[in-house]
Design a protein around this ligand. Structure first.
Ligand SMILES: Cc1ncc(CO)c(N)n1
Length: 227
C-alpha cells in the first residue's frame, strides 16, 4: 500500500510542530496566562495575514482542474473569511477594536514575508503549489488546537478558551482534513522530484509558522519605524 503524502510530510514536520507546543505564546494560550497585549498583536497581525491567506484559496479555485476541487477551495475560502475571522472580530470587539481598525493593521515584516512567500508560489505555480502553501497553516493550527484542548483548564472559562475551541472544533478539523485530502489527491502519481519540491514548501511554511509565533510573542513589527 502506498504511503499517503501527508504521512510522509508528518515525519518531516512533527519535530517543528511539537516545538510550537513549547513556545511561550502557545503555552500561554493553553494555560490562560498569555499577556493580553501580546494576544492583541496576534489578533491584528493574524487578521491581515488571513486576508492575504484567503486570496490563496481564490487562486486555488481558479487553477483547479475540476469542479470538485474548485468547490473545495471555495469552501476553504469561506472557512477563513466567514468562520475563522469571526473569532478575531469577536475578540477584537471585546477589546474595543473595530473590524475596520483590524483591517487597517500594517502587516509586520514576518507577516509580509510569510504571505508573500505563499502568494508568489501560488501565482507562479499550479494548484499543487497552493495546497502545499496552505497545508501547514490549516493543519498545524488544528494540531495545536487539539493538543491544547487536552490541557487542564484550556476549555474552561479562561480568556483564551474560545481560541482553543475554534482550532480544535469539528468544523476546523474538517477544513484541515479536507486540505490534507486535497494534498494527497494532488500528490498521487507525481514524480519524486516534484514531491520533494512540495515537501520543502510545507517545511518552509512550518518554519514561517514558528517565526509568526515569535513575532507575536515579542510584538515585533518592522525593524526601524520610518519617520
Ligand atoms: C499565522 C497563521 N497560521 C495559520 C492559521 C490558521 O488558519 C492562522 N490563523 N494564522
Amino acid at each position: 500500500m502506498s504511503t499517503l503524502f501527508t504521512d510522509r510530510l508528518w515525519k518531516r514536520v512533527e519535530p517543528i510542530w511539537n516545538s510550537y507546543l513549547e513556545h511561550p505564546f502557545v503555552k500561554g494560550l493553553g494555560d490562560g496566562t498569555l499577556e493580553q497585549e501580546k494576544f492583541k498583536h496576534w489578533l491584528k497581525q493574524d487578521y491581515v495575514y488571513l486576508i492575504d491567506y484567503a486570496r490563496l484559496f481564490a487562486i486555488g479555485s481558479a487553477k483547479a482542474d475540476d469542479l470538485e476541487k474548485m468547490t473545495t477551495f471555495a469552501k476553504l475560502l469561506h472557512g477563513v473569511l466567514d468562520v475563522e475571522m469571526d473569532l478575531h472580530r469577536k475578540y477584537a470587539a471585546d477589546f474595543g477594536i473595530s473590524k475596520e481598525e483590524l483591517e487597517a493593521t500594517e502587516p509586520s515584516a514576518i507577516t509580509t514575508a510569510y504571505t508573500s512567500y505563499m502568494l508568489n508560489l501560488s501565482q507562479r505555480g499550479g494548484m499543487e503549489n497552493v495546497v502545499a502553501s496552505v497545508l501547514a497553516c490549516e493543519w498545524s493550527y488544528n494540531f495545536i488546537g487539539k493538543s491544547l484542548a487536552n490541557w487542564p483548564g484550556a476549555l474552561d472559562d479562561n480568556f483564551y478558551s474560545s481560541w482553543v475551541e475554534m482550532y480544535s472544533s469539528n468544523e476546523f478539523t474538517e477544513l484541515a482534513e479536507e486540505t490534507k485530502q486535497l494534498m494527497n489527491q494532488i500528490a498521487e502519481g507525481k514524480p519524486e522530484q516534484e514531491l520533494v519540491r512540495l515537501e520543502e514548501i510545507v517545511v518552509k511554511t512550518s518554519q514561517f509558522e514558528y517565526m509568526f509565533w515569535d513575532m507575536v510573542e515579542t510584538k515585533e513589527d518592522w525593524p526601524v519605524n520610518a519617520q
